[in-house]
Write a protein that binds this ligand. Structure first.
Ligand SMILES: Nc1nc2c(ncn2[C@@H]2O[C@H](COP(=O)(O)OP(=O)(O)OP(=O)(O)O)[C@@H](O)[C@H]2O)c(=O)[nH]1
Ligand SMILES: [Mg+2]
Length: 303
């Protein structure tokens, strides 16, 4: 597929296009920039999961900036809002592989958020760049989890390290990192079991995984991605805060953006957490993961 990133974000936001984005588009279709417009805009953004704080901030800035530029038409204000949203979003650069060592990426998150699928999609991305990839079946909790990752690994053309179901996930990571060095792997992508952020023992297990990885390869994991289901809305924020207490979350992956009519979550969550969205998932297929780009995303919201 040779679509631009803006086009692909737009495709991913298909359901939002019917809901939140349609309302937003409608608002900018003409007329004056009056109080009614600003009130409607605020409401639309909040209902679209942008979040109360971020919505108020955006509307206030738009009001000031339009006044400063002497803009009176709603149509002209659209571009200003695009720029403001882009400025609010910290688009993250893709992690860079450290010299001589594998890049280690750890995926964490609550049950069913899309960790395993995202691990596979990431493996696919790196394989397409010609990198050697090793997937780690760190979800030893369910037998089916290992099989699921194995199928994805084959599809992506990545190696896989696994152990018996029920074994200690830290031990799987220990093995995996040693194997990665011996086999000159470029990128190690670790799947983990889904866990509720309120379950202390499971969060302790995550801390242990993180410690073991750092012991075998000091400085790793380089990237801890918290995988959040975009359809759960602002619940994702509470999850993020808890996960961040256990392991230092460096970035977010918002999955199932294709399944929500309120795609504004991407804006709200970054504003509150100050953790960049690194990728968004826009479908169940291996190619349905987009690296996040603030400008393109803001444009896709309002174009
Ligand atoms: N539409 C859509 N579905 C997705 C996306 N990402 C994942 N899914 C689906 O969400 C479901 C759960 O995905 P998994 O990757 O198994 O989630 P997980 O976090 O590994 O789940 P647990 O291991 O049980 O915690 C699957 O049916 C995936 O196909 C996405 O971006 N869009
Ligand atoms: Mg899984």
């Amino acid at each position: 597929m040779n679509l631009s990133l803006v086009e692909r974000f737009k495709t991913g936001l298909a359901r939002s296009k019917e809901g939140f984005l349609r309302r937003l588009d409608h608002l900018f279709r003409g007329g004056e920039l009056d109080d009614e417009f600003y009130d409607d805009l605020e409401e639309t953004l909040i209902l679209g999961d942008v979040g109360v704080e971020a919505s108020l901030k955006l509307v206030e800035k738009l009001r000031l900036e339009s006044k400063r530029r002497k803009v009176r038409e709603r149509g002209q204000a659209r571009e200003i809002l695009v720029q403001e949203i882009a400025a609010l979003l910290a688009g993250a650069a893709e992690p860079v592989k450290p010299a001589g060592e594998p890049l280690v990426i750890l995926l964490v998150g609550v049950n069913g958020s899309g960790k395993t699928t995202t691990a596979a999609k990431l493996a696919h991305r790196y394989r397409q760049e010609g990198r050697e990839v090793l997937l780690v079946a760190g979800d030893t909790f369910r037998a089916a989890a290992v099989e699921q990752l194995q199928i994805w690994a084959e599809r992506a053309g990545a190696a896989l390290i696994k152990q018996q179901p029920g074994s200690d996930p830290s031990a799987v990571f220990f093995d995996a990192l040693q194997a990665a060095r011996a086999r000159h792997i470029d990128v190690v992508i670790g799947d983990t079991a889904g866990r509720l952020h309120t379950r202390t023992n499971l969060m302790e297990e995550l801390k242990k995984i993180n410690r073991v990885i750092d012991r075998v390869q000091p400085g790793a994991p380089h990237c801890v991605l918290l995988v959040i289901d975009a359809t759960t809305g602002h619940n994702g924020i509470a999850q993020a805060l808890h996960f961040n207490e256990a392991v230092p979350v460096t970035g977010l992956v918002l999955t199932k953006l294709d399944g929500t009519a309120r795609g504004g979550i991407v804006v709200g969550i970054q504003d509150i957490l100050k953790v960049p969205v690194c990728y968004v998932g826009i479908g169940e297929k291996i190619g349905d993961l987009l690296p996040f780009a603030a400008d393109d995303f803001a444009r896709a919201l309002l174009a």
